[in-house]
Each structure stands twice: as C-alpha cells, then as structure tokens.
Design a protein around this ligand. Sequence first.
Ligand code: AMP
Ligand code: MG
Length: 493
Amino acid sequence: MSMPSETFSRLSGWNFDNSYARLPEIFHARVNPTPVAEPRLVILNRSLARSLGLDPAALEGPDAATFFSGNRILPGAEPIAQAYAGHQFGNLARLGDGRAILLGEHRTPSGERFDIQLKGSGPTPYSRRGDGRAALAPMLREYLISESMQALGIPSTRSLAVTTTGEPVFREQILPGAILTRVASSHIRVGTFEYFAALGEVNALRLLADHTLRRHFPDRMESDNPALALLEEVMERQASLMAQWFRVGFVHGVMNTDNMALSGETLDYGPCAFINAYDPATVFSSIDHQGRYAFGQQARIAAWNLARLAEALLPLLHREPEIALDLANGALESFHTRFQRYWLAALRAKLGLFNAETEDADLADELLRGMHQAGADYTCFFRNLSKSTDSKLDSPLGGAFTEWRARWAQRLVRQPQTWSESVRLMNENNPAVIPRNHLVEAALDAAVSSNDLAPFERIQTALSKPYDEAGQPDELRNPPPHGTPVCRTFCGT
Ligand code: AMP
Ligand code: MG
C-alpha cells in the first residue's frame, strides 16, 4: 500500500511555491507528466536531498519512485512545460519543454528557491515530433557530469534522482526509458527572452525581465535601467562560467541559446565531455560538424548568445531604438574584458600565482601553446605542476618545457608566498580526476547493458572529491590508453 501524497510530501519535506506558474498563460502550458508503467528508483542524491531540507530516507521507498517518475503529483506542485525559443546552431526555432515538466519551485528551510523538473516525463504541447521521453544512459550521464561540475566548484544545475520507467524508448535502438529529477536555480534561458521578442510580446518580455531580476538579482531591481542591469549581471556570470569551464577542460557541446541559463548555471548536459589532450579544436558532439561548439570556441559563442539576449531585450533598454542599440552594444563590448579577467585569474591559480604581473597572460599562453604542440594531457599536466619542487622543476613535465619551467620558477619567486602555499592553490584549482569520457561511456554501458551500476558509482564517488588525489582510481587520473578511440557523444537522446 502506498501512502497518501500529503503524507509522503510532509515526510519528505517538500514545500512548493510556484512563481513561474503564476506568470501569464503565454509563458507555459499546464501539463502533467504521463504516468509510466513501472517506476523504479535507480539513484538518489542523498546529500543534495539533505541540502534542500528533504529527508533522504523518505525519498528512497516505493512512494518516492512514483513521485520521481511523475506518476503522482504532490500537493502544491503545479506542473507546467515552459515556453521558449532558441538559436540552434545559429538558427532561431520555437522550442519549449518538449520532454521536461517543471513540477514547481521548492522552497528550502533557509528560504532558497529551486526549480524541480522532471526530464523525460512525457509529451507536452512543445514536443513537436518528439516522444517526450529520455533513455537511461543520457540521464545517468547528466546526473554524473552535473554532479561532478558541482564538486569541481562550477555553477551547475543539480541532479536529485534517476528513475527507470519500465518502458522502452525507440531511438536507433530500443533503450530503457528513464526520468531525471533536475534541480535548478531556474530554467530561464536566453531562449525564453527570444521567445517573447520573436512574438513581439513586449509586456511579457517586461514581466520576464522583472521575474528574472527578482529571482536572481534582487539587488538590481531598483537600478535606473533594470533591463541593462540584467544584461550586465548575466554577462558577468557567463564570463565567469566560461573561465571555469576552461579551467577544467569542459566542453558543453551544444551551446544553443536555449541551453544558456540566466542564472549562470551550466545547463543541459547532452553531448558534453572533458578534453584529454589540450586542443582548443576538440569537439565531441556527433552533430557539431563545423566545430561551432569546440572547446576553445566557447567564450566566443557565449558572447554570440549574449548578443541574442541583448537583441531580445532591446525594447526594454530604451524607448528610442537607437539609444537602446547603443546601450546593448556598450554592454556587449565589455564581455571580452570580463571573460579575460576571470580566465587570467583562473590561469594564475592553476599556476600557483597569487599576485598579478603584466607578463602572466604571456606566460600562460606560452605554456598552452607548448601543451597543444606536445598533445599534453590537460588535467595531468596541470596537476603535475605542483609536483615539481621549486629547486628542481623537472621530471613530471618532460624535457620539452625546460625553458618555460625556468621562466615560471623565476615568476614564482617574485611573490611573497611559499612554494607550499602555491602547491595548495594549484591543487585547489587543478583537478586530479575528471569524468574521462571513455570511462563515463563504459560505466553507462555497464549500467544499461548489464544492469551493473558499480562502475558508475565508483566513478561518481571518485568525482565527488575531484581535487583529492590519494586513493583515486588510476584510470580516472590518467589519460586514456594510447589508441583509445575518441567517443562521440550524442544529444537529444
Ligand atoms: P536539447 O537539444 O536537449 O537542448 O533540446 C532541444 C529541444 O528539443 C527542446 O525543446 C527539447 O524539449 C526538445 N526535445 C529533445 N528531445 C525530445 C524528445 N525526445 N521529445 C520531445 N522533445 C524533445
Ligand atoms: Mg535544451
């Protein structure tokens, strides 16, 4: 016998208050998840549950699987699919949540507000030709990578649970269906603004801007020009986020404007992966033929996406179109400087540098150029820097970097901090382990083909402390063995 929804909700600690559902009809479609045959909880994020003020024990029983699969709707939830548009590989399309449903916003005991979204929960009015469903491997992939971004200290949506549906999904093959419970500061995207701009709905645009400011940047609500303040805040967060992606070698893979969140969290884990050898041209996504979303392109693409946001905001920036355009352009011009500031700060930390010298950018560039030429593993190389002692900067780096090492050693002595302080800084910024794509793929394969979650859990445990080196599995620390084929990654699955 399952318990009544009220009881389950109270025992688990859910507390819904849905500000987005209160926005006018044009913002969303009211739609419930489509019930599934046989919901089964595959994985629950107990520490995330606790941090949301939820009781993990209550979220593990059979009642929980019916909730996480969308078979039962809790009191206070108001399921909606959000309307949005988006530039996909450069072309504007009307999209919306085609396979995700926002159950509502959970308010934590400390007053924070988080979207609780089911991904893979059945068709919505925005599904177009899609089935509204998701397969197990991609949902486990999002769980693993989003949680490892969090552990790396990078803003990201979170993953609370994955359930299987007991139903097949039909892709190129028949795959087990699954649903991910995603937790986000919000799901407001650049594409949400583009949706109303494309429809010429200036009132809706204004409501959305107000809503976004209230939710993410309440201090800026009273600005002289709130829309400009919003644009600047979002740019600042994206500049910082891009630097953080570069710091750890993350490739998002499908940076369409509908996959860029105004909160500054990494959103929508499709064909994402981490680079092995340092190469700005690295692409994993099977559909990114032109390398539009290659590793080294990401800051440029973020700027392009922000220009789309600025365009959508034009009617709110100023009554006079020409002044609005000047304001937008003025803001957009600052992106490069904002990004460079964050990226240089990240590079200094990666190199163990506390203070700033004008030559630092050049020092870092020289290193990156050398790494590119040598095909050095990005993660191992940076991690090994802290293993060179200041008097004897050699072995882990190999002979090719002798000159650079000498220059770096001279630079290190021009700061008051000791070598061991530098080592600590480096080890806090250069992860020892990352989700190596070939291992992620193997773990997902074991989970799906052999029903064996052990490899997944092993990787997940290691990645929960990515800056700790002791006791980490060798295969996660090392580059893929020579000859390992590059795994292509797929999106929309
Ligand atoms: P994505 O590439 O995952 O960011 O998705 C782009 C758009 O396609 C969004 O509007 C999704 O909701 C939609 N979409 C992706 N997969 C499906 C699916 N299986 N069924 C319906 N809509 C989907
Ligand atoms: Mg998306």
